[in-house]
Design a protein around this ligand. Structure first.
Ligand code: ZN
Ligand code: ZN
Length: 120
């Protein structure tokens, strides 16, 4: 995603594309409000590495890939609304034939099995 000269960087927790902002001293930072995360890159080495990372992510259209992948590997719990990435440790299989039933919601006090629906 490269909107009018703006660069995006994913939140390390929720993977939402965040707009890269600049401090008054021209140091890049990103803020994710829902997660309450702020990332400041303060040292020249880090800034150079960060800029390279951001530029390559934007150039290679990582965002389009991420958008493509996300609906397939991310589930939403119908019970508590918790969104989570599927993981082998969350797999629930049928007691009877061992077939894949879905993934267990990792949400607090939830544990509902979210069915695995293959989307086209
Ligand atoms: Zn976030
Ligand atoms: Zn849940």
């Amino acid at each position: 995603m490269h909107l009018s000269g703006e660069y995006m960087f994913p939140c390390p927790v929720c993977a939402t594309p965040l707009r890269v902002k600049q401090t008054k001293k021209s140091k890049p930072y990103v803020v994710c409000d829902p997660c309450g995360i702020q990332i400041f890159i303060r040292n020249p080495t880090g800034i150079a590495a960060f800029n390279k990372l951001v530029a390559s992510a934007n150039r290679e259209d990582v965002w389009a890939k991420l958008r493509d992948i996300e609906p397939r590997y991310r589930l939403k719990c119908p019970s508590c609304g918790h969104r989570f990435w599927i993981e082998p440790s969350l797999i629930k299989t049928s007691f009877f034939d061992g077939s894949l039933q879905g993934f267990q919601c990792p949400g607090k006090d939830c544990g509902v099995t979210v069915p695995w629906e293959k989307k086209r």
